[in-house]
Design a protein around this ligand. Structure first.
Ligand code: NAD
Length: 329
C-alpha cells in the first residue's frame, strides 16, 4: 500500500482527495493546510490525520509520496524539501514560475532518485486522449492548423486571492494556457517561435493571452486562454485540429452528461456530474498513472522535462507580449 500526504487542501486538494477515495492500493495518511477547517474536511473524507503545518506533518506522518496542491509560487520549495527527504512528488501544474526553480526541482529528483511528475491533466481527459490517438494514427493526415481555447472567469476562489498576484500565479499564460502548451508539445513536437499578445495586468480580473506558435514540423497553433469572462459564465475549452485530410473538433460545453445550474449569488452555480464512470475522471487517472510509475519504477506519463518545456513556451509567450517581438526558441 502506497502512503500519500497531501499538502494544500483548497480547490485542487479537494479534487485530488476525491480521486484518491476510489484508488485501490493507495492510502492518504495525512493532509495539511494552514486553514485548519480545510485540512479537517479532507481528513474526515479520507479518514486520516489533519495538520496545519507541513513541518509537523513531515515529523509525525509516515508517507512515500507528497502530493502538492499549493499555490504555484510554493511548488518548488515544498517539492525540493520533500525530495531531499526521499519522497516521491506529484505536483500540480505549472511545475514552477521560473525555469531556474523548475530545473532545481528536476535535479533534486534525480539526485535523490525519486519519481516526480506534474499535473498536466489534459493528457488524461478522454476527449484529448482520443484526439491524440487519432492524430497518431494519421486520421487527419499531416497536422497543419491547431486552435485551442481555455476561457473562464477570474479564479476568485483562491486562498488570499493569490491568482491575482502575477508574482505568485504567473498569470493566464503560466497558469492556464500551459495546459494546452503541454498537450500541443506532446502531440505535435517542438515549437520554434512564439508570438503573443495579452490583456493585463492593468486589468487584473480580465487577464487574457493569445499566442501563435510555429512548430518545427511547420504546423501553426493559436492558443487562447482567458480569465476575462464575467463571473458566473461557464468555463469552456475547445480545440480544432486541422490536418491535410480532416479535422478534429471539441467543445467542453457540449459533452457533459449531467449539468446542474442553480440561480445563485455564489461564484459557482454550475455543477457537472459525470454518472458514466469514475474511471473516466482525468484527475483520478493522472494520480493512478503517477502511483503506477512510483510502484513499478517506470517513467511517469508526464515527465519533468515535458513540464519544463511547457513552462518554457508560457514564459516565451509572456516575453513576446511584453516586448511585442517574436521569441525564437
Ligand atoms: N490541474 C488543474 O486543472 C488545476 C486547476 C486549478 C488549479 N491548479 C493548480 O493547483 C494549484 C493550487 O490551486 P488551487 O486553485 O487549489 O488554490 P487554492 O487557493 O484553492 O488552494 C491552495 C491551498 O493551499 C493552502 N496553503 C497555502 N499556503 C500553505 C502552506 N504553506 N502550507 C499548507 N497549506 C497552504 C491554502 O490555505 C489553500 O487551501 C496551483 O498551482 C494551480 O495552478 C490546477
Amino acid at each position: 500500500m502506497i502512503r500519500i500526504a497531501l499538502v494544500g487542501c483548497g480547490t485542487m486538494g479537494e479534487t485530488h482527495a476525491h480521486a484518491y477515495t476510489s484508488l485501490e492500493d493507495a492510502k492518504v495518511v495525512a493532509v495539511c493546510d494552514i486553514r485548519s477547517h480545510h485540512a479537517e474536511a479532507l481528513a474526515s473524507l479520507l479518514g486520516c490525520e489533519a495538520f496545519t503545518s507541513y513541518e509537523e506533518m513531515k515529523k509525525k506522518a509516515d508517507y512515500d509520496v507528497l502530493d502538492i496542491c499549493l499555490p504555484t509560487y510554493l511548488h518548488s520549495r515544498y517539492a525540493i524539501d520533500a525530495m531531499k527527504s526521499g519522497k516521491h512528488v506529484f505536483c500540480e501544474k505549472p511545475i514552477a514560475l521560473t525555469l531556474e526553480d523548475a530545473n532545481r526541482m528536476v535535479e533534486t529528483a534525480e539526485e535523490n532518485k525519486v519519481t516526480f511528475s506534474v499535473g498536466h491533466v489534459l493528457r488524461f481527459f478522454p476527449q484529448y486522449q482520443t484526439a491524440a490517438d487519432q492524430i497518431k494514427a494519421g486520421r487527419i493526415g499531416t497536422p497543419a492548423l491547431l486552435r485551442t481555447t481555455r476561457n473562464q472567469a477570474f479564479p476568485g476562489w483562491s486562498w488570499e486571492n493569490w491568482y491575482q498576484d502575477l508574482e505568485k500565479s504567473g498569470g493566464p499564460e503560466v497558469d492556464l494556457a500551459i495546459h494546452d502548451y503541454d498537450w500541443l508539445l506532446c502531440n505535435f513536437g517542438p515549437v520554434t517561435r512564439v508570438y503573443a499578445k495579452n490583456l493585463g495586468p492593468k486589468h487584473p480580473e480580465q487577464m487574457h493571452t493569445l499566442a501563435i506558435l510555429r512548430f518545427a514540423s511547420g504546423a501553426m497553433a493559436h492558443v487562447e486562454a482567458s480569465w476575462a469572462l464575467p463571473k458566473g459564465i461557464e468555463f469552456r475549452t475547445t480545440f480544432e485540429l486541422v490536418g491535410t485530410d480532416g479535422q478534429l473538433c471539441y467543445d467542453s460545453t457540449r459533452d457533459c452528461p449531467l449539468k446542474t445550474q442553480l440561480g445563485s449569488d455564489e461564484e459557482v452555480s454550475l455543477f457537472y456530474d459525470n454518472p458514466l464512470s469514475e474511471e473516466m475522471n482525468p484527475y483520478r487517472a493522472e494520480l493512478a498513472a503517477f502511483l503506477h510509475a512510483v510502484v513499478h519504477k517506470t517513467e511517469p506519463v508526464v515527465t519533468a522535462a515535458e513540464a519544463i518545456a511547457a513552462l518554457h513556451i508560457a514564459l516565451a509567450a509572456k516575453e513576446s507580449a511584453r516586448s511585442g517581438k517574436v521569441v525564437r526558441l
